[in-house]
Design a protein around this ligand. Structure first.
Ligand code: HEC
Ligand code: HEC
Length: 287
């Protein structure tokens, strides 16, 4: 099954590259990615229109995302709500975390690096379950996201992330104007432009230059990370942005960057800037 879909992916890719010079479909927004700096600065400019992957989904999949009762992600949200009550509520009231997910990744002064939302939660979790006596007295910022009992792809971290991200649903993605984030954003931008893997393709070649075209039957989205963590039909489960990016890296036959690696974090910082102003959809559904 995996092999079949990979072969279909490769076939689609060849067709895509063969069709490289074809004019873009009329309904395809093009401008956003051509001049990335402009898109970031003038996100309200309709000529720079950015498009969520939601817009290209079938009516049935869109309905699944719109209706909380039909969205399978709610199983994780409910699990997250329970973990939150057990582990986090002694320091946080959930309503005070409204809007927080929309400005992640954010700079952590003590760790002197950006934390993605998942890393922030893992750092808090390490403190929260570590038997630290003075609850709430100290910021748990020194926790190292690389050494924590809440692995990046664990159901518990995904559930907590989904529950926290839901508190920002509908809010515009708003990366912090923290100067220290700039080098990470630039590193992420460079990674996005860099050709990778045996297929020697960059993220930008698919998501900027070929967005709106078809690859093995699926439309190549602009690749905006507006809805993470997502319930993905193909996974039959819930996954993080890192898992999604690993899938894209596998697609070009590249060795994926490690979980919570600096490369993944830099890409997340850049993707947040690239999608700045777009509404948060988490927890979204994707095909
Ligand atoms: C011992 C108290 C404590 C526990 C337990 C705790 N946190 Fe925190 N949390 C904090 C403090 C203090 C901060 C502020 C850190 C900072 O940014 O300086 C914080 C920050 C955060 C932030 C970022 C807020 C922002 O405005 O950027 C999130 C999200 C968060 N915590 C989620 C959680 C979750 C989810 C849990 C449970 C797994 C949890 N926390 C458990 C004390 C705690
Ligand atoms: C060969 C083309 C290709 C390359 C290269 C590629 N992707 Fe993708 N990407 C896709 C396709 C196709 C999808 C949608 C998959 C689906 O719907 O089944 C996707 C989905 C995504 C999404 C999810 C968007 C959403 O709506 O949730 C993000 C984010 C993304 N890619 C980022 C990246 C990044 C970052 C890179 C570089 C590390 C990259 N992609 C490389 C083809 C590519």
């Amino acid at each position: 099954m995996m092999r079949l879909s990979l072969n279909l992916f490769m076939l689609g890719l060849l067709l895509l590259l063969a069709a490289c010079s074809a004019p873009p479909a009329p309904d395809t927004p093009r401008g956003a990615s051509r001049s990335e700096a402009k898109a970031e600065a003038h996100s309200e400019d309709p000529a720079q229109a950015r498009r969520s992957g939601f817009a290209d989904m079938s009516a049935a999949t869109q309905a699944m995302q719109r209706d909380d009762a039909a969205n399978p992600a709610w199983l994780w949200v409910e699990e997250g709500r329970q973990h939150f009550a057990a582990t986090c509520a002694r320091c946080h009231r959930i309503d005070t975390l409204a809007g927080v997910a929309a400005r992640y990744p954010a700079w952590d002064a003590v760790a002197a690096r950006p934390f993605t939302l998942g890393q922030r939660i893992a750092a808090c979790h390490a403190r929260g379950s570590g038997g630290d006596g003075d609850a709430g007295a100290k910021a748990p910022t020194s926790a190292d996201p690389h050494r924590n009992p809440l692995p990046p792809d664990s159901d518990t971290r995904i559930a907590l992330e989904a529950f926290v991200a839901l508190q920002s649903r509908g809010r515009p993605i708003a990366p912090p104007a923290e100067a220290l984030l700039a080098p990470w954003r630039e590193r992420g931008r460079a990674l996005f432009q860099q050709r990778l893997g045996q297929l020697d393709l960059s993220c930008a070649q698919c998501h900027d230059q070929h967005a709106g075209q078809r690859l093995a039957g699926s439309l190549i989205p602009q690749g905006h990370a507006t809805g993470y963590p997502i319930y993905r039909l193909e996974w039959q489960g819930m996954g993080t942005l890192q898992r999604r990016l690993r899938g894209c890296l596998h697609g070009v036959r590249a060795e994926p960057f490690g979980w919570d690696s600096d490369e993944m974090t830099a890409l997340e910082v850049y993707l947040a800037a690239r999608a700045a102003g777009m509404p948060m959809e988490a927890p979204a559904v994707r095909p």
